[in-house]
Design a protein around this ligand. Structure first.
Ligand code: ADQ
Length: 472
């Protein structure tokens, strides 16, 4: 079996529970093939006097059969590649937020520089028959840079965030270069059919690519295969976490604490794509419209700190704090606070207990590649007395989870009504919705995703008919 090489901006130690679903899923294949996982160390090195920093000092550790190799970045590279182009341009535009993008002309060169650095450092570690799997928007041009150095291995790419329609994508400085770079891969995977269809319309209209059928496209002297591979969770692992002592203890504590009230839960990174202020307004609207919910429902919102070096994140933090404060100020009683808001990360081992104790989950992003919280909430439920998922139609997960209560998060009143409906939903309906949803997430779990992508990659060998790579 060829060795699997995974490349992503950050990596996780697959032996640790805290690493989460993706690391757990990749750990199996990485372990079985004695694989290599390569990425940024998270460390920023300041330029030393006279010396050139950021030439990527390598750190290597062995995690079982898996080799983890990371590199450091210079301050300048980090600011342009990570804060600038990746999180200041690609993240907002791919989440349809042109208004929040920071189109600084200098960023793209830093993004390219770091991708070249990754390629230069990775190449000497590669074997001829390796299968390489590159993840996410930070590393779109990495295959092109590897090809430019003479690498002919099979290379796949998976985009974890949405791909917007061509006219939005075209707002990205260098969008044509980015899409052209995707043709350096043998296989490109998206989260949803919607994202895949945006790729198809872009390459047809902007790149005049030839449609070869079965997801294959020819352009820039290369062929590439593209498709939707919706990511799942490790349902068994998550259910086991719910049954483990910490999961149970958390569940029992929450049940005791909220025995007189129904619990609603929201768990997100604090990011403007997650629709947190819209969610709070919908919850406030529900309290206003349905006074019988006063005293009987509490929303726990956990928002983990995220990318605090990007200014748009500070704005969302203040807006959220002020909304939670005003809801509690206006509706709270001496013995009841409608919202409990926490700006922190909850340990992965405790999440299942919290989910299981909640009657309703609010997963209402304005735009999301997939959203794994939705799937984790479903996996943690008691099938005999399951909670209800209120899910944004703009999350990639909505393509699969049709039996959730689907909402348009921009429609505050509509979402408020859906939350109320979820709180009132009779047990038979909760059970039957949950039954369909759980069978979907079990069938399309993270192992299905991982195997499906790698099997397709093993078969998808691009034809090269010339030199495709352009300079930026
Ligand atoms: P994220 O935007 O980070 O990921 P999401 O899929 O919702 O979003 O969450 C990823 C993981 O983080 C989940 O396992 C979740 O439990 C955990 N998490 C989130 N908030 C947390 C908190 N406050 N405390 C503790 N844990 C928390 C990107 C894309 C998504 C896509 C994933 C995977 O933006 O659309 O689903 O990658 O492809």
């Amino acid at each position: 079996m060829p060795r699997l090489v995974v490349v992503s901006n950050r990596l996780a130690d697959p032996r640790k529970t805290a690493a989460g679903g993706l690391a757990v899923a990749l750990a199996d294949v990485l372990n079985n093939t004695g694989g290599l996982w390569f990425g940024w160390s998270g460390k920023i090195v300041e330029a030393s006097a006279g010396g050139k920093a950021g030439e990527g000092e390598l750190h290597s550790t062995q995690a079982g059969a898996v080799k983890l190799v990371t590199l450091d970045l210079s301050r300048e590279d980090h600011d342009a590649y990570y804060v600038g182009y990746s999180n200041g341009v690609l993240w907002p535009v791919c989440h349809y937020r042109l208004d929040l993008a920071d189109f600084d002309a200098g960023y793209i060169a830093g993004y390219r520089r770091v991708n070249q650095l990754f390629a230069r450092k990775l190449k000497p570690m590669l074997r001829e028959d390796d299968i390489i799997w590159i993840h996410d928007y930070h590393l779109i041009p990495l295959a092109a840079e590897l090809r430019a150095l003479g690498c002919s291995q099979r290379i796949g790419f998976f985009l974890h965030i949405p791909l917007p329609p061509p006219l939005i994508l075209a707002a990205i400085p260098g969008h044509d270069w980015l899409i052209r770079a995707l043709f350096a891969y043998d296989l490109v995977g998206f989260q949803s059919e919607a994202d895949h269809s945006h790729f198809c319309s872009y390459v047809q209209t902007e790149a005049h690519a030839q449609n070869l059928g079965e997801g294959r496209w020819r352009a820039f002297n290369r062929t590439v295969q593209a498709g939707a591979f919706p990511i799942g969770i490790d349902v068994e692992e998550f259910t086991a976490l719910a049954e483990a002592p910490e999961g149970r203890e958390m569940y029992e504590r929450m049940r005791r604490e909220y025995s007189r009230r129904k619990l609603l839960v929201g768990v997100d990174r604090l990011d403007y794509s997650k629709g947190l202020p819209h969610r709070m307004r919908a919850f406030r609207e529900m309290l206003q419209k349905y006074p019988e919910t006063h005293n009987s429902a509490t929303l726990i919102q956990i928002a983990s700190p995220s990318r605090e070096d990007v200014s748009a994140y500070n704005d969302i933090l203040h807006e959220l704090e002020s909304l939670c404060g005003s809801i509690n100020g206006n509706f709270g009683e001496l013995d009841w606070m409608p919202v409990r808001y926490m700006h922190r990360t909850v340990a992965r081992t405790r999440l299942p207990g919290l989910y299981r104790a909640s009657r309703v989950a609010l997963v209402t992003p304005l735009r999301d590649g997939m959203n794994l919280v939705a799937k984790e909430f479903l996996a943690a439920q008691d099938p005999q007395d399951p909670g209800v998922l209120v899910l944004s139609r703009f999350a990639g997960a909505a393509e699969q989870l049709r039996e959730a209560l689907l909402v348009n998060p921009y429609d505050i009143e509509g979402t408020a009504n859906a939350i109320h409906l979820a709180l009132q939903m009779p047990i038979e309906e909760r059970r039957s919705r949950h039954q369909s949803l759980i069978s979907t997430i079990k069938e399309y779990d993270v192992h299905w995703w991982c195997d499906g992508f790698l099997d397709t990659l093993a078969k998808a060998k691009a034809e090269e008919t010339g030199t495709p790579w352009l300079r930026l």
